[in-house]
Design a protein around this ligand. Sequence first.
Ligand SMILES: Nc1ncnc2c1ncn2[C@@H]1O[C@H](COP(=O)(O)OP(=O)(O)OP(=O)(O)O)[C@@H](O)[C@H]1O
Length: 116
Amino acid sequence: MNVRKFFQSFRYAMEGILTALKEQNFKFHLVSAIIVILAGLLTGLTAVEWSIILMVIFLVIGAELINTAIERVVDLASPEFHPIAKQAKDVAAGAVLVFALASVIIGLLIFLPKWF
Ligand SMILES: Nc1ncnc2c1ncn2[C@@H]1O[C@H](COP(=O)(O)OP(=O)(O)OP(=O)(O)O)[C@@H](O)[C@H]1O
């Protein structure tokens, strides 16, 4: 195993995350994640509940990263307006929305019984 190459790939992945950080939607997901983690700390969650909450947070952020990558590739391949380019971007955005909706439902299922 080439350790140097492994760490270089890690650095590139971190650069990708920093690039996506400039996206408004990515910032929104990060702030939401911080609020949910603070709410979890204040509420008190079991290990299983923390695992589920952290999993959905990372899934939404991962989906947003893939969405940003798709946006960039579409912009590169189709700088001019094209209906297929629109479909690609909108479907990718739809995927993030599906993950985000699932995370909201899961969050409510975990937090609401503890609060009320
Ligand atoms: N090259 C394109 N061809 C066709 N439709 C596009 C193209 N670029 C963006 N769109 C569409 O225009 C709408 C608005 O896109 P907008 O520019 O606000 O965001 P985005 O391009 O999807 O993301 P970002 O601005 O973060 O790169 C969306 O429905 C998107 O799919």
